[in-house]
Design a protein around this ligand. Structure first.
Ligand SMILES: NC(=O)c1ccc[n+]([C@@H]2O[C@H](COP(=O)([O-])OP(=O)(O)OC[C@H]3O[C@@H](n4cnc5c(N)ncnc54)[C@H](OP(=O)(O)O)[C@@H]3O)[C@@H](O)[C@H]2O)c1
Length: 288
């Protein structure tokens, strides 16, 4: 059995045990998630610190950089510790302007899986999320062709587990009819709670929910209620936001991003904050 002293304990994604406190590596790629990194040595140090602190779940994509974040992960951590699980995603490319055009046709998805294998230095990817929607959020539409392509790559032994990202509840259900979905990675945080129902439904099925932008992403969470609760608890708003997510549902896994080892340590300590029922009632008024 794998144990951890990190807040939240562990979760099993398919057959893979991960710490509920993970690390999101996206912003290491550089400004606008386009390479080169702002501080290459600093980025390598943050990745090594994450693993030294016991984190066993790192989130990435070949689109970050593009390829830059995967290359940093490989340089910092390969050969990977057995307990470490790197989760990647496919379904979007990058353009010259730093945009994220969709790339969900079968050929692009196959190419992207191979690109992830190569840049991460792996023979098999532990978990691949199919990124849907666009920069504004999920968009309705069938995922069948794209998810069947990934299920085929899974049957070929190139992928262990599958997930979806930026997905509607209907798309999650459509994907589940094709192959098991072990996680859903959507935007969610204290102030952005569109997925409340989906989180509860997934918890009932034993499927993980991995909120991206847990701290607000490119625009940090700002709320007078959050600031008031944080001040009362003598904690930072970031700590309260992370502790709230861990409390919100047992199937929530954290992948907060940071380019600073000091912030990483601060976030781990902060996520262990204990919130009272009164704190929760007050915080609940934010995203409603
Ligand atoms: N599936 C998708 O479509 C999708 C989309 C976006 C992101 N993601 C994933 O989600 C992960 C998390 O998203 P994210 O990194 O963009 O947003 P985030 O975790 O909500 O916030 C990261 C931002 O918070 C700041 N921060 C973190 N800890 C801090 C602290 N203790 N004090 C002050 N500032 C702090 C970071 O700045 P510093 O660097 O200065 O600490 C960074 O600017 C990504 O890394 C990526 O893996 C997935």
């Amino acid at each position: 059995m794998i144990t951890t002293s990190l807040p939240g304990g562990t979760w099993t994604l398919g057959g893979l045990t991960v710490t509920r406190f993970g690390y999101g590596a996206m912003q290491l790629a550089g400004p606008g998630v386009m390479g080169p990194p702002a501080d290459r040595d600093g980025a390598l140090a943050v990745l090594r610190t994450a693993v030294e602190l016991g984190i066993t779940h790192i989130d990435t994509s070949a689109a970050y950089g593009p390829l830059v974040t995967n290359e940093l992960i490989r340089e910092a951590l390969h050969p990977y510790p057995e307990a470490l699980h790197i989760v990647t995603k496919v379904g979007a490319n990058r353009d010259q302007q730093g945009g994220w055009p969709p790339a969900r046709d079968p050929e692009s998805l196959r190419r992207s899986v191979h690109e992830n294998l190569e840049t991460l230095g792996l023979d098999v990817l532990d978990l691949v999320n199919l990124r849907l929607g666009d920069a504004t959020g999920p968009r309705p539409g069938s995922v069948a062709e794209a998810f069947e392509t990934l299920a085929d790559l899974q049957r070929q032994g190139l992928i262990r587990h599958l997930g979806v990202s930026n997905a509607t509840a209907e798309q999650v259900a459509e994907a589940q009819a094709i192959a098991p979905v072990v996680c859903v990675q959507n935007m969610y945080n204290l102030a952005h709670r569109r997925d409340d129902e989906l989180i509860d439904a997934l918890a009932g099925q034993g499927v993980a929910y991995v909120p991206f932008f847990p701290l607000g992403g490119f625009s940090p969470l700002q709320s007078s209620v959050l600031s008031r609760v944080a001040a009362r608890l003598e904690a930072t708003p970031m700590s309260v936001a992370l502790a709230w997510l861990l409390r919100r549902s047992p199937n929530i896994l954290l992948i907060p991003g940071t380019s600073s080892a000091a912030h990483l340590r601060e976030n781990i300590a902060g996520a262990a904050l204990s919130l009272s029922d009164d704190d929760l009632v007050e915080l609940d008024t934010i995203g409603r």
